[in-house]
Ligand binder design. Structure first.
Ligand SMILES: NC(=O)c1ccc[n+]([C@@H]2O[C@H](COP(=O)([O-])OP(=O)(O)OC[C@H]3O[C@@H](n4cnc5c(N)ncnc54)[C@H](O)[C@@H]3O)[C@@H](O)[C@H]2O)c1
Ligand SMILES: [Zn+2]
Ligand SMILES: [Zn+2]
Length: 365
């Protein structure tokens, strides 16, 4: 099959036509990818911000149609349209039975870049290829555990549905699931890419009263306004923490770090009111750390700091839920997709993301 391979970190991706993919085994599904958009986590692996094994196929924000089923898979049939998820819940592990599906053992593929049994199902010329971000969807076909392919109604355009896979599950889920933001709350969003803009939309869905946003890119601040932001800040000219405290009087109820900069987690903690919550959604380079004085930030002021894998979503529950919100006109997927390109132009799509041009580029296979 055809796939975009990262053979050396820091170098462009290369399209190859001779990648081999296995037949699905018991409990697995093979999906024909139609569209896959580019997330910053792909870029961080491609440019070497995060260490990663090579050769690897990236891409984890995808939609397609079921191609083949392994033995024992129920509820799916060849031809079914599906949205893929990097966190397919098994339903029975330590985490799943506690309702924490996004940290299911089957999600560890995000770290191992392999299937749960350790193989990748991908190779070229006899050499194994890693399965980037637990999916490897910049390719014509992918192999996933059955819950990794969530069936959607046939009338949903797949070139919009793909962005639900990561950006929307993560951003809206961070609001609904991770933080549990309530109506009337004040929210600050630091970073307005596909993920941060989805946090803005989630905040609007739950009825947040004030949605403050910050990003150096003017175009993204404008889109945020359309998505429900009430106050737009430019971190290159505004003192974001001081403005957030000013605008709310006491500091924000919730701050979301969605840029992938450790020092913005500190900014979020400074902007949060006593008892407020900061959610770390962005993934800063491994070498970046945050400094916390526990007595001041936690003991005296009772602030809370939360981690977030894929918006704490159970994808089997949340992908249909997010599509219902889109159908109801409460979630704008169209506005997140600012560019469409054939897979041959994948490197230009990565360049656009790195430069902050547009929001999401959807690649077609
Ligand atoms: N937790 C998860 O499960 C999860 C899932 C998906 C992505 N991520 C991570 O989330 C982050 C965002 O992903 P994305 O695809 O939206 O990225 P993106 O590159 O599209 O957006 C990042 C935005 O941050 C802005 N930014 C940079 N410096 C800033 C500053 N000082 N203040 C405010 N904004 C600033 C950029 O201008 C850009 O608009 C990445 O680190 C990504 O790896 C995490
Ligand atoms: Zn992602
Ligand atoms: Zn599980």
């Amino acid at each position: 099959m055809r796939a975009a391979l990262l053979e050396v970190q820091g170098q462009p991706l290369r399209l190859r036509d001779d990648v081999e993919i296995e037949q699905p085994r018991a409990g697995e599904v093979r999906v024909r990818i139609r569209h896959c958009s580019v997330c910053h986590s792909d870029l961080s692996l491609a440019d070497g911000t995060f260490p990663g094994p090579v050769p690897i196929i990236l891409g984890h924000e995808a939609a397609g149609v079921v191609d083949a089923l392994g033995p024992g898979v129920e509820g799916l049939a060849p031809g079914d349209p599906v949205v893929l998820t990097p966190c397919p819940p098994c339903g029975s592990c330590y985490w799943c039975v506690r309702g924490e599906a996004s940290t299911c053992t089957q999600s560890q593929g995000i770290q191992t870049n392999a299937l749960p049994d350790g193989r990748t199902g991908l190779s070229r010329g006899g050499r194994s290829i890693y399965r980037g971000m637990n999916l490897a969807a910049f390719a014509e076909l992918v192999l996933v555990p059955a819950t990794g392919a969530v069936k959607i109604p046939p009338d949903v355009p797949l070139d919009l549905a793909c962005v639900i896979g990561c950006a929307v599950q993560t951003g809206v889920g961070a609001v609904l699931n991770t933080a549990g933001v309530e109506a009337g709350a004040t929210v600050l969003v630091l970073g307005l890419g596909g993920v941060g803009l989805s946090v803005v939309q989630g905040a609007r869905v739950v009825g947040a009263a004030r949605i403050l946003v910050s990003d150096p890119v003017a175009e993204r601040r404008e889109i945020a306004k359309r998505f429900g932001a009430t106050d737009c800040l430019d971190p290159t000219t505004d003192d974001v923490v001081a403005r957030a405290r000013d605008l709310t009087g006491v500091g924000v109820d919730y701050a979301f770090e969605t840029a992938g900069r450790a020092r913005l987690v500190e900014a979020g903690l400074a902007a949060a009111r006593n008892g407020g919550t900061v959610v770390c959604v962005g993934a800063p380079p491994l070498g970046e750390a945050i400094q916390i004085a526990p007595a001041a930030l936690f003991v005296v002021s009772g602030k809370k700091l939360l981690g977030c894998v894929l918006g704490s979503c159970n994808s089997v529950r949340d992908i249909p839920r997010l599509l219902w919100l889109w159908r109801a006109g409460r979630l704008d997927l169209e506005g997140l997709v600012t560019s469409r390109r054939p897979i041959d132009e994948i490197n230009q799509a990565f360049d656009d993301l790195a430069a902050g041009r547009g929001v999401r580029t959807v690649l077609s296979l």
